[in-house]
Design a protein around this ligand. Structure first.
Ligand code: TXA
Ligand code: MG
Length: 301
C-alpha cells in the first residue's frame, strides 16, 4: 500500500503515526488531507538506520551524532539540514527536516521492509488528542486511512522530544525523553525559540479534547462545581466529581505519561461538562505532560 502511494497508520513507542513514503510528494499530500493539517506544519521523517538518515539530511553535525548515539532508536527527533531528496511539502518549505529513528518493533520492521524513509505525523485529526491505541486512529481517522497496523498500546504515550541543533541547541517540544537527560549530553538547551518559526506543536492550542478542559487543582474546586465534571490528577481521586481519574496511584510520571492521552480520550467520550486537570511539576516527564495540558486548555480561553 505504501509503495502504491497509500497511507498506513502504524504504532511507534510514543504515539501512533500516519505514514507515507517521504519521497512521494503525492502520498505526503494525502497525509495533510486526511489529518486536515495546514500545509505550514512540517512532518517528522522516520528512518531505520544511518544509511536512511543520510538520504534525508545534508549532514550530521557532531552534536547530533552524540545525541543519536545516546538516544536512537528512541523518542528523540532532531531537526537537521535537509537533503535535496526531501520535498518542500514534508518540511513546509523549511531548509531543515525533523527526523527520528523509532524503537517500536513494528515501526522498525515496516521501515526495514519498505527500505525507504516514512513521513509520519501523529495519526490524529489536526489539533486533536494524540492516538495511543489503534482504536483511537480507527475512531478519528477510520476509513480515510488505507490500513491501520495494531501494535497494542503505545509505551511512552507522549510524543518524541524535538531538538534543533543549529545555530544553537534548542528545545522545540518537550516529550518522551526528559530534557534533563538530553542536556546531560548536549549541554544546556535554549527553551525560548526566539526568531524560530511557530510550528503547530508549539501553537498555543493543540492536543485538545472536545470537552472543555482547565488546569486547576481539583482539591480547590468547590463541591457544587464538581457535579457533572471530571477530574484528572497524578495520583489522587476526588469525591463529588462524576468521574475522577488518577494517572498513577504511585505517582510515577512514566506511567502517567503512558496513560495521559488514553485517559483524556476516555473522559472526552463520557459527556462530562468539563475536565479539571491538576497541574504537573514541570521537570522530567512532567514538563511534557504540562506542555500538552496547557495547550489542551488554551482552546477554551
Ligand atoms: O513521537 C512523535 O514524534 C510522533 C510519532 C508518530 O513519531 N510524531 C509526531 O508528529 O508527533 P507530529 O506531526 O504530530 O509533530 C511533529 C512536530 C510538529 O509540531 C512540527 O511542526 C515539528 O514536529 N517539526 C517538523 N519539522 C520541523 C522542522 N523542520 N523544524 C521545526 N519543527 C518541525
Ligand atoms: Mg501531533
Amino acid at each position: 500500500m505504501l509503495r502504491a502511494g497509500g497511507t498506513v497508520a502504524f504504532p511507534t513507542e510514543t504515539v501512533y503515526g500516519l505514514g507515507a513514503l517521504a519521497f512521494d510528494s503525492a502520498a505526503v499530500a494525502r497525509i495533510f488531507e486526511i489529518k486536515r493539517r495546514p500545509s505550514f506544519d512540517p512532518l517528522i521523517v522516520h528512518v531505520a538506520g544511518r544509511a536512511m538518515l543520510d538520504e534525508v539530511v545534508a549532514g550530521v553535525p557532531p552534536a547530533a551524532l552524540a545525541l543519536i548515539e545516546a538516544f536512537w532508536p528512541g523518542p528523540l527527533t532532531l531537526v537537521l539540514r535537509k537533503s535535496a531528496a526531501i520535498g518542500d511539502l514534508v518540511t513546509a518549505g523549511a531548509s531543515t527536516v525533523a527526523v527520528r529513528m523509532p524503537s517500536h518493533p513494528v515501526a522498525r520492521a515496516l521501515l526495514e521492509a519498505i527500505g525507504a524513509p516514512l513521513a509520519a505525523p501523529s495519526a490524529n485529526p489536526f489539533g486533536a488528542l494524540s492516538p495511543t491505541h489503534a482504536r483511537h486512529v480507527a475512531a478519528h481517522l477510520g476509513a480515510r486511512v488505507d490500513l491501520i497496523l495494531d501494535g497494542g498500546p503505545a509505551e511512552h504515550g507522549i510524543e518524541s522530544t524535538i531538538v534543533a541543533l543549529e545555530p544553537r541547541p534548542l528545545l522545540l517540544r518537550p516529550g518522551a525523553i526528559p530534557v534533563e537527560e538530553i542536556e546531560a549530553i548536549a549541554g544546556p538547551l535554549d527553551r525560548e525559540a526566539e526568531g524560530a518559526p511557530i510550528v503547530p506543536g508549539r501553537l498555543p492550542q493543540h492536543y485538545s479534547p472536545a470537552t472543555r478542559l482547565r488546569v486547576i487543582d481539583p482539591a480547590l474546586v468547590a463541591p457544587a462545581q464538581r457535579q457533572g465534571a471530571a477530574s484528572l490528577a497524578l495520583s489522587h481521586t476526588f469525591g463529588g466529581y462524576d468521574v475522577s481519574r488518577a494517572l498513577s496511584s504511585e505517582g510515577d510520571l512514566r506511567v502517567a505519561a503512558a496513560r495521559f492521552f488514553e485517559t483524556l480520550h476516555e473522559l472526552d467520550a463520557m459527556g462530562v461538562v468539563r475536565i479539571d486537570a491538576q497541574p504537573f511539576p514541570e521537570s522530567g516527564l512532567g514538563l511534557a505532560i504540562m506542555d500538552r495540558l496547557r495547550r489542551a486548555a488554551a482552546r477554551n480561553s
